[in-house]
Design a protein around this ligand. Structure first.
Ligand code: TRP
Ligand code: SF4
Length: 326
């Protein structure tokens, strides 16, 4: 089986955006690939180093959400990045050969520096973010990397670094990893911007039903609909795109009713809230079970770690031989 690796940064509670944008995709790959799913805690620390209080808690909480959403530990290996020391060894080896300009030009780097103004990201570590990600991927010689579009620059960098290493030492040690783009519909946040913890515009997977109802009522809708009697433009409405994801069978009807002003936004959102409450219920039940059986979660992580460590040690010993450190 071909191997895939993906990772998620434990920066807070997981939300619907993570589910639709990543977890659903991961879940669907489990039968076809050997899957490694990693909690990227070093990467989280690179942006959250000023406030790491919740890091440990977030790690376990996120893994519980992964499991609750259907990541199956019998099929996939789940592990924590910082528990496998080889990530750091490969990271430094790759950083030695990575041209500075390549990192400074990286569009995600420039964008984050510009946008995350509430954090000081002008650090040596943050510049090296994509090098660590390259190490994550190359350490396991992963063939395909399921990611969203925002990660494409990091994958391109990974390929460049891999080729440079291969060429420099005349060994085809690292395969060219390719992106396995998530097809899923992108789910925007309550305010129509990207769903994100920093915008506080998300619905967490663990959200209480009443909070879901309140949050859904606060969603932005078609701005042209001021009175209930105004005909709506569902294609301009974020609520409508939630129907597309969570109740595709209801979408067409809502679309018509909205255009004819047969349904008001309050009721449309009320219905959506109940759809989401119902959708999240089994996930939340599974979450509660796992929260009561945390030792099982730690066992799963230990098993994943064993698998990851085996592969990682193999690669590092090859790499060290090549550069004459072993
Ligand atoms: N940078 C990724 C993100 O923010 C997380 C990540 C870290 C990752 N290492 C990875 C994703 C390796 C894929 C492969 O989403
Ligand atoms: Fe959006 Fe529903 Fe209001 Fe139409 S009725 S504008 S789809 S919230």
């Amino acid at each position: 089986m071909k191997r895939i690796l993906s990772g998620m940064r434990p920066t807070g509670k997981l939300h619907l955006g993570h589910l639709v944008g990543a977890l659903d995709n991961w879940k669907s790959l489990q039968d076809e690939y050997e899957c490694l799913f990693m909690v990227a805690d070093w990467h989280a620390l690179m942006s959250e180093y000023e406030n790491p209080e919740n890091l440990k808690e977030n790690i376990v909480d996120n893994v519980i959400d992964w499991l609750a959403c259907g990541i199956n530990p019998k099929k996939s290996h789940i592990f924590i990045q910082s528990h496998i020391k080889e990530h750091l060894e490969l990271y430094i080896i790759l950083s030695i050969i990575t041209p500075l300009g390549m990192l400074e030009r990286c569009p995600t780097y420039k964008e984050q520096l510009r946008e995350m103004t509430n954090r000081d990201l002008s650090t040596y570590g943050f510049l090296g973010y994509p090098v660590l990600q390259a190490a994550d991927i190359l350490l396991y010689k992963a063939e395909s990397i399921p990611v969203g579009e925002d990660q494409l620059p990091h994958l391109e960098l990974t390929r460049e670094i891999a080729r440079k290493f291969n060429k420099l030492y005349k060994k085809e040690i690292f395969p060219d990893p390719r992106a396995l783009l998530t097809k899923a519909n992108r789910l925007l946040g309550l305010d129509g911007r990207k769903m994100s913890k920093s915008y506080n515009n998300y619905i967490a997977l663990s959200e209480e039903p009443d909070v879901i109802r309140k949050k859904v009522q606060s969603m932005f809708t078609d701005p042209a609909r001021i009175k209930v009697s105004d005909p709506g433009h569902p294609e301009k409405c974020n609520v409508h795109s939630y129907y597309a994801v969570f109740a595709p069978e209801r979408k067409k009807e809502i679309d018509e009713q909205c255009r004819k002003a047969h349904v008001g936004c309050t009721n449309c959102k009320k219905e959506l809230a109940e759809i989401l409450v119902k959708f999240l219920k089994p996930i939340q039940e599974k979450r509660h079970e796992l929260l009561k059986a945390k030792s099982r979660v730690f066992e799963i992580l230990e098993e994943g770690e064993k698998k990851a460590a085996g592969v990682a040690r193999g690669t590092i010993s090859e790499v060290k031989k090549i550069i004459n450190l072993a």
